[in-house]
Design a protein around this ligand. Structure first.
Ligand code: HEC
Length: 151
């Protein structure tokens, strides 16, 4: 009886020690950080290959910068050419885009839109949003940058 009690106490102590150790062994989850390559692509510090739909020739890289049209500092222009502010909320929330049914972006549909101009509801974007030749890694970096909490 006495031995059993001692064993239980030892077990209880061991459980407590292991519970404490967990905090040392498992690092706390960090909030997602802005992606450096994604940020550089967004600002055009890393050149992008973009075209007006149907054109053979690529746009000069300065004209293909996302931030030119989607940046917060972009002066108001002709509203028929207005590019939305691409916040994480705007991209991920189910909203009606271009009169289509509510849709939201994920990495795959975001990359599809950049390459083909088709949005998640299969509505084709107008020509003033360029189409891009962008690899999977760069597209993923851009996506991470746009949905990052610390952008
Ligand atoms: C020359 C201007 C221009 C450039 C450069 C540009 N965009 Fe756009 N983009 C637009 C316009 C305008 C729209 C909105 C089209 C519409 O809805 O009528 C748009 C729409 C989008 C949308 C869809 C948003 C939604 O709510 O459906 C995404 C995503 C997007 N652009 C991402 C990008 C990214 C990423 C880049 C850079 C790789 C980029 N754009 C470069 C003009 C531009």
């Amino acid at each position: 009886m006495k031995r059993k009690g001692g064993l239980l106490a030892a077990l209880a102590v061991l459980t407590l020690v292991l519970a404490e150790l967990r905090f040392w062994l498992v690092p706390p989850v960090e909030p997602p950080v802005a992606d450096a390559r994604g940020a550089a692509l967004w600002r055009g510090e890393q050149p992008l290959v973009g075209r007006i739909a149907g054109h053979d020739r690529a746009l000069p890289s300065e004209a293909a910068r996302c931030i030119n049209c989607h940046g917060a500092a972009t002066p108001p222009r002709d509203t028929t050419q207005a590019a939305p502010l691409l916040t994480a909320g705007h991209l991920r929330e189910a909203v009606s885009r271009r009169g289509g049914p509510p849709s939201r972006f994920d990495e795959t549909s975001f990359c599809t839109l950049l390459r083909t101009g088709l949005d998640p509801a299969a509505v084709l974007l107008p020509r003033h949003m360029p189409r891009y030749e962008i690899g999977d890694a760069d597209c993923a970096a851009l996506w991470r940058h746009l949905v990052s909490a610390s952008r």
